[in-house]
Design a protein around this ligand. Sequence first.
Ligand code: XMP
Length: 561
Amino acid sequence: MAKSKAEQTPEESRRVATTDDIEVSTYLEIAKEIGGEQPGASQEAVSGAEREAIIVLDFGSQYSLLIARRVREFQVYCELLPHDTPWEKIAPLNPKGFILSGGPASVYESGAPMAAPYIYESGLPILGICYGMQVITKQLGGEVAPGMKREYGHAILHMNDTKSPLFAGLPDATPVWMSHGDRIESLPPGFTNPAYTENSPYAVISNGKNIFGLQFHPEVVHTAEGKTLLKNFVSRICGCKGNWTMGNFVNNSIDRIKEQVGGGKVINALSGGVDSSVVATLIHQAIGDQLTCIFVNNGLLRRDEAERTLAVFKDHMGMNIIYVNATDRFLTRLKGVTDPERKRKIIGEEFIKVFEEEANKIGKVDFLAQGTLYPDVIESISSVSKASAKIKSHHNVGGLPARMTLSLLEPLRHLFKDEVRQVGLKLGLTEDMVWRQPFPGPGLAIRIIGEVTREKLEILRAADWIFMNEIKKAKLYRQLWQSFAVLTDVKSVGVMGDYRTYGYLVAIRAVTSDDAMTADWARLPYDLLARVSNRIVNEVAAVNRVVYDITSKPPSTIEWE
Ligand code: XMP
């Protein structure tokens, strides 16, 4: 039986999920091996005397990153770090408080991960969530035991102590989301339970000063007042002012890039995607012409894409851009290729070759700029990560020659995607540009089933253009994670006027998703579907039938190949 995606090892996995461009990311990963910055605590994310941070110590919960994301919403800088991160790495961030995340372990088992002593010795506020709360209980002298049954789902939290600063602005009873097996048997000395649920007498614990534990998950949306609880901890208990704004970020980043690059030269692979656009614009504002962007047109872009990208970055912003129309090279290499993974490999290889050739023409370059985001950094810390999958699936494609000893410049590596969008807007990019749907690096090649030819590319571009145009007119573009057309290799009989036709079947696909790991097919209005179908068969001569893809991911993937 075929393995599910989740069971596949990175080597076996055909697909690599990335948001913008796989080729560019691959390039980054290979460069990273040559000696780029390694993931870990940032020392410079927020600069100056104003620097303040909340540190989430990760005990392995699936929600850990979400906690960091939530704290950032309060304009407080937050980093997720492994639970055993040494104090020397944390101190420079000027921590104002710690959050101990949930995790899959049980504190009473031998070898269960614990919090480092400095966390308690620092005197800083601590919030333990689920496993994190049990860690606090165990380490401060209480007792945790296996629960009789797992508690999972909604519970109602009732307050014993409505005056606790953690509960400011909260009603006396509120729904919370539980997910735990172990339970607290006895509290550490000096602790009380300011709130409880029916099944968890110690749903909230506190030492009455600045140490708190929550048995439930405040970071998930099912905990109605979760944001208020976290905000109370961050603002009222840790005293954070909330100076992590994207305006400050832009100013600090510009200073830092100037300092880091000095008189050096930077190259960047521009794709027109959100991350590469923001990174290019930010670096350009910092160092102007010391940045050269290389924009490779692989011939697999959507209609007008190359022209639009050039118009914005070259003509409007005046960036130094090397535009390479490598369509012929890519299409020659794709001739006769039908296997999706072969297509991906060829496109990845060719991209790197073109990029290297162009970079070598520039002369000595010092930095490779890259739009790595915070979730990528976090992922690359874990052993089976997307990043390692990327490296592995592209390892044999060459990579950076050793003579190009580039350092990485990754100014967005501490940001979440929505923060990147805000930075883009601050830098003057348009709403259209910062809200672009993801587009796969191999482009239309994986939306043409079977061999990629010029003729098919033109047919797909025309159909895709109509679909996107109608989606935008219906003001649905932003609500959809992705919407696009696929040119199948099916031909079917039709009738137009007095003639029978024999034309291509085009599929249209629109999905909603948060992260591309799962996706649901979008319930587009019938009228919109009818308009799109009519227009495609009327305006694209080679197409006589349109179908709408109504499968979700899983079991399907978003792309057809
Ligand atoms: P699937 O089709 O696996 O896609 O559900 C998940 C997300 O990843 C994008 N995707 C790719 N992006 N190179 C990319 O840069 C690729 O080879 C690739 N394959 C899929 C896809 O568009 C969706 O956003």
